[in-house]
Design a protein around this ligand. Structure first.
Ligand code: 7TS
Length: 396
């Protein structure tokens, strides 16, 4: 059996999305900006796709949703444009990010730091959550931007974006949220909170890879990252990725439709997996279920190296993860577990299972069986577990 439980890294393209994209490779391949019928024939589908994308996050028509190549581009664009628009000219000198943002935010923040920008990193608490009030003590009159993700990719923890948006509004500071792990899992409505920029990526909700977007509130348009033409209202140049945009439009529509009737089933399967794995002794989950996206579990099996676990699971045909795929070539501990301050031996044991609306009960039953076998086998050969008297173990 092959079981895919790494949906926070990427998802399968929904067959309906693929079907919607198909005509745009061999038939409707015109450049929409050209002046002939091949171009014109793409316009209605592009318009429909953009309408679906706007509707997917409830963006008002007056605001912009700029299609990019991925969330990494959107995140880089926001942070770097803040540097060009507010910092290099001396108006502001500071930005705030959380310490558990995706590397596309953290690495960009570190790069800006190397250019002299002051950066504050908001901590997470022992449950892996951000406390909105922690923002109050770091914000200054020179703060240009706060960037805090809607939901964390490792734990699924949902961050208090509503309250953070309010604090930003009070202080006249721009607010960006990376909603990559939120779209299709929880309701994302840009009009329900104070937010200036919001990032998302189609391949995380059963759309194609290589297409994402940045929502921009009217009046907050950043300096473009890619100059060159009048595409996307002059905000992002480059020939439009027509199949990608059509695919993202269909995918976001399906994802939003599935929120009420499929996500509860995903959550039920996630809870079944989690309950069964927590029956194994010395096993820990940091973020409470009700404070997480419905599809994610980050779980630590004491004494079992995360990578060893992935190896055993992979041999059984099961795909899981120990952390962001962007960093998985290094044998590093999970960044969220580190930020929580977990003991070193626990930080190395975290395994992420992330489900999708295509996950079946049969797959979950199989995963429970194989994970239990793997924990048993790996603990039996683990020097850190087998020889440590149980009484000496304290909770992480
Ligand atoms: N932001 C978040 C919160 C993410 O989870 C990811 C990908 C990105 C941005 C980048 O998206 P991309 O479309 O530009 O690649 N996260 C993961 C992950 O958790 N495991 O692999 C990739």
């Amino acid at each position: 059996m092959r079981v895919y439980l790494d949906n926070n890294a990427t998802t399968m393209v929904d067959p309906q999305v693929k079907k919607a994209m198909d005509p745009f490779f061999l038939e409707l391949y015109g450049n929409p900006n050209s002046l002939h019928d091949f171009a014109r024939e793409t316009h209605a589908d592009l318009k429909l796709a953009l309408e679906r994308i706007y509707a997917g996050i409830n963006a008002p028509k007056s605001d912009s949703v700029v299609v990019t190549s991925c969330a990494t581009e959107s995140n880089n664009w926001v942070l770097k444009s803040i540097y060009f628009d507010y910092i290099i000219n001396g108006r502001k000198d500071h930005i705030v990010v959380s310490e558990v943002e995706h590397p596309s935010i953290i690495a960009t923040a570190k790069y800006l730091e190397s250019l002299g920008v002051k950066v504050s990193y908001l901590p997470i608490n022992s449950e892996g959550l951000i406390e909105a009030d922690s923002l109050r003590s770091v914000i200054t009159p020179k703060t240009a931007l706060v960037s805090v993700m809607w939901a964390n990719n490792e734990t699924g923890a949902i961050f208090p974006v509503q309250e953070i948006g309010e604090i930003c509004k009070e202080h006249g500071v721009l607010f960006h949220t990376d909603a990559v792990q939120a779209i299709g899992k929880v309701k994302v409505d840009v009009q329900s909170l104070h937010v200036d920029y919001l990032t998302f990526s189609a391949h995380k909700f059963h759309g194609p890879k290589g297409v994402g977007a940045l929502y921009i509130k009217k009046g907050k348009e950043p300096t473009p990252c890619l100059h060159g033409g009048e595409h996307m209202g002059g905000l992002r140049s480059g020939t439009l990725n027509v199949p990608g945009i059509v695919g993202m439009g269909k995918a976001i529509e399906l994802a939003i439709d599935s929120l009420d009737f499929e996500m509860p089933d995903v959550q039920e399967l996630r809870d079944k997996l989690e309950d069964a794995l927590l029956e194994i002794e010395d096993t820990f989950v940091v973020t409470p279920r009700e404070k997480r996206t419905p599809n994610t579990i980050l779980i630590s099996f004491r004494g079992v190296e995360g990578e060893a676990m992935l190896w055993d699971l992979n041999r059984a045909g099961i795909a899981a993860s120990t952390g962001s795929a962007c960093a998985s070539e290094d044998l590093e501990s999970n960044p969220v577990m580190e930020a929580i301050g977990a003991e070193a031996d626990l930080a190395h044991t975290a395994v992420r299972f992330s489900l999708s609306r295509f996950t079946t009960e049969e797959e979950i039953d199989y995963t429970i069986e194989k994970t239990k076998e793997a924990v048993k086998r790996l603990r039996s050969i683990s020097s850190s577990y087998a020889y440590k008297p149980k009484e000496q173990m304290s909770e992480g």
